[in-house]
Design a binder for this molecule. Structure first.
Ligand code: GAP
Length: 460
């Protein structure tokens, strides 16, 4: 376990991240021209690349690197009985209080104790109602009639799509316990408190993996999956002193959990949940057996055809929450006094130190000048690199300014084509983190980039 401190030492603030995200096209407010939609955000050109790369890295970690885990993409709309069986209709609630005067609505654990006791609104001093349970699921209707028979829910977690398909996957793919099913997809919750940018939203994405194990082996697998998930973030180059475990106390656990831990990240607003690892026991498959009338038992051929309902170990990470974590983790500002060498002058540079495998743009190609054939040469090089790398091309403004623009987008490598390139067929490779520059032969460039990506180690 790494050194844990409660003090946020990063340079990011939520204001800076939100403003950079908008300025550089990572994340925009949804329906901004109409004043915005609370709890919903749009991912711009750099944001969708970052989100896709985070999803890709998780998918690779789960499915490509584990022979016993397969993928699934289940639908968002499911039979409404699913949510009765899962316990969400009954239990997926927040206790809310309303102010009778200003009509504000609060989660009762989010207002000061003294206000709750005195039933006094923290905003206007008006009288508060008693707490009432409010279900977080979005309800809609399928078909033209808005009667109860046509009610469907937008799924509040992707997990249930996996449970209802668990038998299909065993049969079609001959899976043997222990095995896992991974899924990435949208989930929806009618969250009352949606502050802190994309941290808690009404529409978000999850990356969930459900691992089916023999009862009695669940605790061992639970520990193994906790270790693996911790190691994953280490591999991504995340600041490990910004991560810690938090075990849910028994009285705070979700209705399905036998045991539950969160991986928390030290965001600018403090330690907050990034991912949950849960021992869901046989709760879910047991309930689906009861509600569907279908036999969800596994027949274990390796144990004399013993029949049992598997236990489930779940790893559940927010994809959009991981985007926020990676943005905060990568964000840095540093004083630079590199006049001459980098051309950016003395100033404070903002840099996103993304791992190169996550960076939306891997390499930017920049001609030193637009004239004298340099632009054509640079363009030609970019076309060549495109097949293997995500590239950008920028010929506008002073070279130092262009480096700064790429730093802010988190581009780990810039390649500059200059007058010498015309004669010696070499280019300048500039590294985002150190701002060092080296001369590389054009023919060696792709190989050098691949090596740099593979061997990347974050130093700051
Ligand atoms: N299937 C279990 C489950 O959904 P959860 O702890 O409610 O567990 C798992 O959610 C993860 O999903 C959280 O750790 C978080 O990363 C993400 N998440 C949950 N609610 C979210 C919201 N309203 N906005 C963004 N991400 C959310």
């Amino acid at each position: 376990m790494s050194d844990i401190s409660n003090e946020y030492k990063g340079k990011a603030t939520m204001e800076k991240i939100t403003s950079l995200a908008k300025r550089r096209g990572f994340v925009f407010q949804s329906s901004e021209i109409y004043g915005g939609q609370r709890g919903a955000w749009d991912y711009g050109p750099l944001g969708i690349e970052l989100k896709n790369r985070i999803a890709g890295s998780w998918w690779k970690e789960m499915t490509q690197l584990n022979d016993d885990i397969v993928g699934l993409d289940a639908s968002i709309l499911m039979h409404p009985r699913t949510w009765e069986a899962s316990g969400h209709v009954e239990n997926f609630t927040d206790p809310l209080v309303d102010c009778k005067k200003c009509k504000s609505r609060f989660r009762d654990d989010m207002i000061p104790e003294e206000n709750l006791k005195a039933k006094k609104c923290p905003d206007c001093g008006g009288e508060l109602t008693d707490p009432r349970n409010f279900n977080l699921m979005f309800k809609t209707h399928i078909g033209p009639a808005e009667d109860t028979a046509s009610v469907v829910y937008l799924r509040p977690e992707t997990a249930q799509g996996i449970y209802v398909n668990y038998k299909n996957i065993i049969q079609s793919n001959r899976m043997k316990i222990p095995f896992g099913i991974a899924q990435i997809g949208k989930a929806f919750r009618n969250e009352i408190v949606t502050k802190n940018f994309i941290f808690r939203t009404c529409e978000f994405e999850q990356m969930e993996m459900q691992y089916f194990v023999k009862p009695g082996e669940d605790e061992t697998w639970f520990d193994k999956w906790r270790e693996r998930r911790w190691a994953y973030y280490e591999k991504l180059g995340v600041k490990m002193d910004h991560l810690r475990w938090h075990q849910h106390p028994i009285d705070k656990r979700a209705h399905y959990a036998k045991d539950a831990y969160d991986i928390e990240y030290l965001f600018p607003m403090g330690w907050s949940e990034l991912e949950g690892v849960h021992n869901r026991s046989d709760y879910d498959l047991g309930r689906h057996t009861e509600y569907s009338g279908k036999d969800m038992q596994y027949i274990d051929q390796e144990d004399n055809n013993a029949r049992y309902i598997p236990y489930i170990i779940e790893t559940s990470a927010g994809l959009t929450r991981n985007v926020l974590m990676i943005l905060c983790d990568a964000y840095d500002e540093e004083q630079v006094t590199d006049k001459g060498s980098d051309g950016g002058g003395d100033d404070i540079r903002t840099v996103l130190r993304f791992h190169p495998t996550l960076a939306p743009i891997t390499v930017a190609v920049l001609p030193l000048m637009k004239k004298d054939g340099l632009a054509e040469l640079a363009n030609d090089l970019r076309q060549e690199l495109k097949e293997d790398f995500s590239t950008d091309y920028d010929q506008a403004g002073a070279i130092g300014r262009r480096y700064r623009r790429q730093d802010e987008a988190g581009t780990p490598f810039c390649v500059t084509v200059d007058y010498e390139s015309k004669d010696d067929h070499s280019v300048t490779l500039r590294f985002r983190d150190s701002m060092e520059q080296v001369r590389v032969k054009r023919t060696d460039l792709a190989e050098r980039l691949r090596k740099e990506i593979k061997e990347y180690k974050r130093v700051k």
